[in-house]
Design a protein around this ligand. Structure first.
Ligand SMILES: [Zn+2]
Length: 413
């Protein structure tokens, strides 16, 4: 894909400007072989949702039926008599064992497949290094959450599902708070952007939108990937907007401003806080279902799996199995929640940046790893952002209603 995507004749301001024709002209700039490639990559991702789910279910059933889970529990109880330490020692064994069992799928999905589609930039050594760091973070933070949740279940055998919800959501907020400062830097270098050519227009847009930002951050995403991107991360006073270096290197100034307008939309419309409210509802549903599902399965197979009850750490693979079923069914709902917010951010971004062509350029670049033109049902189920076609069309629709802005601009030159 070329670095800077030109504005096609059909998208130039004229009395005959037509949003659909302009959208088609933008899409026509993508060579057919590139479309075939990104479609194949993205559609492969649909199947991976299924294979990940089935593979996870098989591993959980193995750990339960071969009584490996019960054996890991016995081993952790030999270390000490202190319950929270049992949980942590069990968690260590569980994470290491499942990471090994999942490794064939992880390496295909995260390494070979990414290289096949030209999206990965890491050789095998650094990639494995990142995987080990990731395992380390999961051991520590996941272990902490497991200790808290099993503590809740043992102390509150009747209402654990309510307090489990509260603990899980608070833990997520804690993670969001520390992530930009303590987790992200484990994998990437984050620096303050200081090129005034890029920063000044962004800070001007921030002031115009009532955002008290003094800094914009850059992340060296090119260490792992060729994908362009930007995000809003953090919570409360760690909240920040970060652009990745692929976007900064390959995006036009209009494109960068369009992306920043979108990210500011997430910020101004409090999407992080709304996302947490949504998470609270979904987590409560998940815990209610877990309470029912664990009772039902343990009554039938608890003895066979040598699990003593909900408070026994050996129950963990069963919890993961039930959670996997829940997440699998929940995928389209999650995607639709996110996609709705992304559409809102697109609308906000167009108004804030007034860069519909920058937006179209960004959508085409993001189309390097997303399908541009899916069917409506496909988009509903699998897309966590509006499709590229719909995003470009929305940008061109905005341009059609604001042509005077661009006509004046042309005259001034
Ligand atoms: Zn977004």
């Amino acid at each position: 894909m070329p670095s800077v995507i030109r504005v096609p004749a059909e998208a130039q301001p004229s009395p005959h400007f037509d949003a659909t024709a302009a959208t088609n002209a933008y899409l026509a700039q993508i060579p057919p072989d590139k479309t075939a490639r990104s479609d194949a990559y993205f559609e492969g991702g649909y199947w991976l949702i299924l294979w990940d789910f089935l593979y996870g279910v098989v591993i959980a059933l193995l750990l339960l039926n071969l009584r490996w889970s019960a054996r890991m529990r016995d081993l952790s109880e030999r270390v000490t008599r202190f319950h929270p330490v049992h949980t942590f020692v069990y968690w260590l064994q569980y994470m290491v064992l499942t990471s090994i069992l999942l490794f064939p799928l992880t390496v295909y999905e995260g390494y070979f497949r990414e290289h096949k589609y030209g999206l990965a930039t890491q050789t095998f050594g650094p990639w494995i290094g990142d995987q080990l760091k990731n395992l380390g973070v999961n051991l520590v933070l996941g272990g902490l959450l497991a200790m808290l949740l099993f503590g809740v279940v043992r102390r509150l055998p009747r209402t654990w599902w309510i307090w489990g919800t509260v603990v899980t959501v608070l833990f997520f907020i804690f993670f969001a708070l520390i992530s930009p400062v303590y987790i992200v830097p484990i994998f990437n270098k984050v620096t303050r952007l200081d090129d005034p050519k890029i920063v000044d227009p962004i800070l001007s847009m921030a002031r115009a939108n009532g955002i008290p930002a003094k800094d914009v951050y850059e992340i060296d995403a090119s260490r792992q990937t060729t994908r362009m991107g930007a995000n809003v991360s953090g919570f409360a006073n760690t909240m920040r907007i970060t652009l990745n270096d692929n976007l900064l290197r390959r995006g036009s100034p209009e494109e960068i401003q369009a992306v920043m307008g979108h990210e500011m939309g997430h910020y101004v419309m409090n999407h992080v806080y709304k996302g947490i409210m949504f998470l609270l509802i979904v987590t409560a549903l998940a815990f209610a279902y877990l309470r029912w599902g664990l009772d039902w399965t343990l009554q039938r197979w608890g003895e066979k799996w040598q699990i003593r009850g909900v408070g026994d750490t050996a129950v963990l693979p069963l919890v993961m199995l039930l959670v996997a079923v829940f997440s699998f069914v929940y995928t389209p709902i999650d995607n639709t929640f996110t996609r709705t917010q992304e559409y809102e951010a697109d609308m906000y971004g167009l108004n804030a940046s007034r860069q519909p062509d920058g937006e179209a350029q960004a959508d085409i670049h993001l189309g390097e790893y997303r399908k541009m033109n899916p069917g409506p049902v496909e988009e509903f189920i699998f897309f966590d952002h509006p499709s590229g076609r719909n995003r470009i069309y929305a940008a061109m629709r905005w341009k059609a209603e604001n042509l005077s802005l661009f006509a004046k601009h042309e005259e001034a030159h």
